[in-house]
Design a protein around this ligand. Structure first.
Ligand SMILES: CCCCCCCCCCCCCCCC(=O)SCCNC(=O)CCNC(=O)[C@H](O)C(C)(C)COP(=O)(O)OP(=O)(O)OC[C@H]1O[C@@H](n2cnc3c(N)ncnc32)[C@H](O)[C@@H]1OP(=O)(O)O
Length: 204
């Protein structure tokens, strides 16, 4: 186990604060006037309570992304805009590996909206890039970077509905790894993606 760089209470406070930011980001887009004021006041009260009385967060989930010291000695904070619980830009996601298949679930709210009621196409690409990268990572010993990613939008991807992203490797050819996957809402495949991940050339 790596060394943690802050107390469990501070990691819990950080993730609680990120959750407050997530709720405010949504609230700013679906509330106005007094409704919005009520939400802001409630969240500010919660933050004040959490700061002044650490036991306020005793029933919160265990921190899922506490900063740690890497084996090379660097303080590492998970900044990822898809999976970090501590990054308010990231929605709440689950990720599971089942053999060669990686599955991720999330439900997106208004900050991710493009056309009314639909997820912004660029964010759909972010989700697919992420799940496919995980599928590739699980098959390689080395790091790799997205070289190309082709997205096909088959159907509207709905806001406010649980989405399932699935990714799998289709071919490995030296430094090149090809992967493909899709995003479903219920049983409907809404978005497909396929791409190439390349590991950097070994240093000579
Ligand atoms: C440690 C624990 C971790 C766990 C904790 C997680 C934390 C971490 C989370 C990170 C989560 C990230 C999730 C998303 C993944 C990103 O977001 S990655 C970021 C976005 N991508 C980038 O920044 C990549 C930018 N590009 C590059 O750096 C360089 O192009 C690359 C990828 C290193 C490749 O460079 P290169 O080696 O010079 O490439 P090149 O020789 O031109 O091409 C390599 C081969 O691919 C072929 N090729 C190139 N393009 C194509 C194409 N379109 N079709 C077919 N073949 C092609 C070439 O012909 C060549 O083939 P060979 O001649 O070798 O047979």
């Amino acid at each position: 186990m790596s060394d943690l760089v802050e107390s469990r209470a501070d990691s819990t406070l950080a993730e609680f604060t990120a959750d407050v930011c997530r709720r405010l980001a949504s609230g700013l887009l679906d509330r106005t006037g007094d409704d919005l004021r009520d939400l802001v006041a409630q969240e500010v009260d919660g933050l004040r309570a959490a700061l002044s009385d650490p036991s306020f967060l005793d029933t919160a989930d265990a921190p899922s992304d506490p900063p740690f010291v890497s084996p090379k000695g660097y303080t590492t904070i998970n900044t990822n805009p898809v999976t970090s619980r501590r990054n308010p830009l990231a929605p709440l996601v689950t990720i599971e590996h089942d053999g060669d298949v990686v599955e991720m679930t999330t439900t997106l709210s208004l900050p991710y909206q493009g056309p009314r009621g639909r997820v912004h196409g660029g964010y759909a690409a972010v989700l697919l890039d992420h799940v496919l990268w995980h599928a590739v990572r699980s098959r390689l010993d080395s790091v790799s970077f997205t070289r190309s990613l082709t997205i096909t939008y088959e159907q509207a991807l709905p806001i406010g509905t649980e989405l399932t992203m699935t990714g799998r490797v289709t071919e490995i050819d030296g430094r090149k790894t090809f992967a493909a996957g899709e995003i479903k809402a219920g049983d409907v495949v809404c978005v497909r993606g396929e791409g190439l991940w390349v590991s950097p050339r070994p240093r000579t």
